[in-house]
Design a protein around this ligand. Structure first.
Ligand SMILES: Nc1ncnc2c1ncn2[C@@H]1O[C@H](COP(=O)(O)OP(=O)(O)OP(=O)(O)O)[C@@H](O)[C@H]1O
Length: 212
């Protein structure tokens, strides 16, 4: 279970997250919804350690941890960014194996095998040697998901996973997220899309802008 207690985050003296509390049981899906500017992306960035918080506590399975240091094997919190953030100069395969080799210190063969298994699972077979610019939006997103999964994350976060895609790809994203739920992956999804949130989530949390 991921637990956030009294999380507070300010930017330039302006409070974005004010004593925020939440719990996500293992294997469940939390959707974070709310108006533009409410702090959804900021919350996701804090959970995944890309942004530091001003106060509050994170715990994973009852153990307090600092997301900013979540790079060891069993505490990784992965993120699939809205714009995917693939490395443009690396092939699909290299995008996926880079962090497992550099950060998790996997040998090349292990990283390659894991990458290939995930590539096949997410229907990207045959795309291994292509570069991001040669892929469709939906394919880039699946590469971004595979890249995050290759780090063997405990929790996978998505920032607006349907917004950069054609409406008919929404169903594919929904299928991927629900498929990963079957593997007991804990997932957190920031979305504007209330219908999508209602389809995938066990729990929906609404964040509201804090009045100054
Ligand atoms: N690095 C930063 N420095 C200063 N202010 C920031 C920074 N990042 C975000 N903010 C501010 O924090 C507030 C919340 O932004 P955030 O992107 O988290 O909102 P959001 O709910 O995800 O919005 P949207 O739905 O439009 O993506 C905004 O007012 C934004 O301008």
């Amino acid at each position: 279970m991921l637990e956030l207690k009294n999380i507070k985050k300010q930017f330039d003296g302006r409070t974005i997250l004010d004593n925020l509390n939440l719990q996500v049981p293992d294997g469940q899906i939390l959707a974070i919804v709310g108006p533009s500017g409410a702090g959804k992306t900021t919350l996701l960035r804090c959970i995944s350690g890309l942004e530091t918080v001003d106060s509050g506590e994170f715990s994973l399975d009852g153990q307090v941890f600092d997301p900013a240091e979540n790079r060891d094997n069993d505490k990784v919190i992965g993120v699939v960014f809205q714009d995917f953030q693939l490395f443009p100069n690396l092939t699909v395969k290299a995008n996926i194996t880079l962090a497992p080799e550099l950060v998790l210190k996997q040998d090349k063969q292990t990283a390659d095998e894991t990458a290939q298994r995930l590539i096949d699972q997410l229907n990207l077979s045959g795309k291994e040697d292509l570069y991001p610019y040669q892929l469709s939006g939906g394919q880039k997103q699946r590469v971004a998901i595979v890249r995050a999964l290759a780090m063997n994350p405990k929790i996978l976060c998505y920032d607006e996973p349907t917004s950069a895609l054609d409406p008919d790809l929404r169903q594919t994203v929904e299928d991927i997220i629900l498929g990963l739920k079957q593997t007991k992956m804990t997932q957190i999804v920031v979305t504007h899309d209330m219908e999508f949130a209602e389809h995938v989530a066990d729990q929906i949390m609404r964040v509201e802008p804090i009045k100054a």
